[in-house]
Design a protein around this ligand. Structure first.
Ligand code: PLP
Length: 454
């Protein structure tokens, strides 16, 4: 676990001002707690008995108002790490020059769109800039509706794609959407979650998910409701970071295209190098989608997202009106997007995700040999999941244990949370600048909790 004394000096290059940076008085903190009644903190209170009062961050560390330093194993938004100087410099410079709504052409928006298009396979060359993952998924669905003139969509069970109307409708995870089943619109159809650990088909049998989903799509077409789109994450996020079965996307994309639908890849959680092996998740499956959505990592925490598609799909949408988002791709957002891409490249963070993620996964496998509660270690790069089970044969989820382990880890200086479905998988999504030392610190803390109790 990080030593607060040693790390605090590193946490910021700025001098710590009074009342900031871990020097809050008990009275100032009590006052903040009293005033927070106006902040509607549902997700914070869902995950933490008492949400940590984080005050600042540096690289893969967070610091609370008392100067306590934590390892941030939870944050898949801040890919570059916290307090990145290149980002703050770029934002500062751009704010002084210009920020406006997105009605104009300016160099940063042109360059960001070009850089995104270049990171994708040929053909995916037209970029829409938005402010979040939910907006990106909403827009991706609208593109599919506009292009095909149809309404039905096929999504994967136990998935989360956002909270706006359309992205919420295709978010099939019950845990994330109370009442979701009752309110799911009739245009949303689902296929089984391709969970190779505890789903209907396990291990090598997981290869059956692809043909089954393909069959469902053909069936919908035969019934007169051919889908406008098939949407899924190219890496199964809600299970705690699990690769899709080999050939899954190839089979399902072929079936979707055979009935004239579009293939939508939601890269909001997994894109931008997190998987270590590739920059985009769909590359792991050797397919090319028709529409890609990205957000979270794209702005390193700044509200920024994008939808990237082929020109003719964008034109089909344009024929029905124009796209406008007040702040989507604003001058400031665009320089943030460029600074993130520069830092990812210059600091070789995808390679770091592969190296440190591989090391961490090996260390977690070692822990699994010694602690029966660990049923499996999933994932790729710095998107890993540790699944806790009460019994390795029945796979009974160790839900209460997982919550208690998270609380105890926090006491030891590690911030993380379980996945929302079943809540028995520790979701490991640290900034991509995590070091091997940081990974070892986490493993030592987890070992401690599993050995001495939670
Ligand atoms: N898609 C996926 C796969 C996500 O994980 C999320 C957020 O967790 C979203 C979309 C929605 O993104 P946002 O919270 O930026 O609206």
């Amino acid at each position: 676990c990080p030593d607060p004394g040693a790390l605090l000096g590193e946490v910021s290059r700025e001098p710590l001002e009074e009342g900031r940076g871990g020097t809050w008085s008990a009275a100032a903190e009590a006052e903040l707690l009293e005033r927070r009644a106006h902040f509607f903190a549902t997700v914070q209170e869902h995950y933490f008995e008492e949400p940590p009062r984080i005050e600042r961050g540096w690289r893969h560390h967070l610091v609370d108002t008392r100067g306590r330093v934590y390892l941030d194993m939870l944050n898949n938004v801040t890919v570059l790490g916290h307090g990145h100087p290149a980002l703050s410099d770029a934002v500062h410079r751009q704010w002084r020059r210009l920020n406006t709504n997105s009605r104009f052409h300016y160099a940063s928006v042109v360059e960001l769109s070009e850089r995104l298009a270049r990171s994708l396979p040929d053909g995916l060359d037209t970029v829409f800039l938005v402010n979040s993952g939910s907006e990106a998924v909403d827009l991706a669905l609208r593109l599919a509706w506009a292009t095909t003139g149809r309404r039905d969509v096929v999504a994967v069970e136990e998935a989360y794609h956002g909270w706006t109307y359309a992205s919420d409708a295709v978010s099939t995870s019950i845990a994330d959407n109370p009442g979701a089943l009752a309110s799911r619109p009739p245009w949303v159809h689902t296929v089984a979650a391709p969970n190779s650990y505890r789903g209907r088909h396990r291990g090598a049998e997981a290869r059956r998910y692809g043909p089954e989903a393909a069959e469902r799509i053909a069936e919908l077409a035969a019934r007169g409701t051919p889908p406008a789109a098939f949407l899924c994450e190219p890496f199964y996020g809600n299970a705690g970071g699990m690769p899709l079965p080999d050939g899954y996307l190839e089979q399902v994309y072929a079936a979707t295209r055979a009935v004239g639908g579009l293939c939508l890849a939601d890269e909001v959680q997994v894109g931008y190098g997190r998987l270590g092996t590739h920059f985009w998740g769909f590359e792991q499956q050797g397919v090319v989608p028709d529409v890609v959505t990205v957000a979270k990592a794209m702005g390193n925490g700044h509200p920024l997202g994008a939808v990237i598609t082929r020109r003719e799909i964008a034109e089909a949408y344009r024929s029905q009106g124009y796209f406008f988002s007040s702040a989507g791709g604003s001058p400031v957002s665009s320089v943030v997007g460029l600074a993130v891409l520069d830092a990812l490249r210059d600091e070789e963070l995808q390679a770091n995700a592969r190296d440190v993620g591989g090391h961490l996964k090996n260390r977690l496998h070692e822990l699994a040999h010694r602690h029966g509660l660990i049923g499996a270690v999933h994932g790729s790069g710095l998107y890993l999941g540790v699944e806790f089970v009460r019994d390795r044969t029945t796979l009974e989820p160790a839900t209460e244990e997982t919550a208690a382990i998270c609380e105890r880890l926090r006491e030891l200086g590690v911030i993380m949370q379980p996945t929302s479905d079943r809540q028995c998988v520790l979701k490991i999504k640290p900034p991509l600048c995590l070091t091997r030392d940081g990974a070892d610190g986490f493993v030592a803390a987890l070992d401690d909790v599993l050995t001495h109790g939670w």
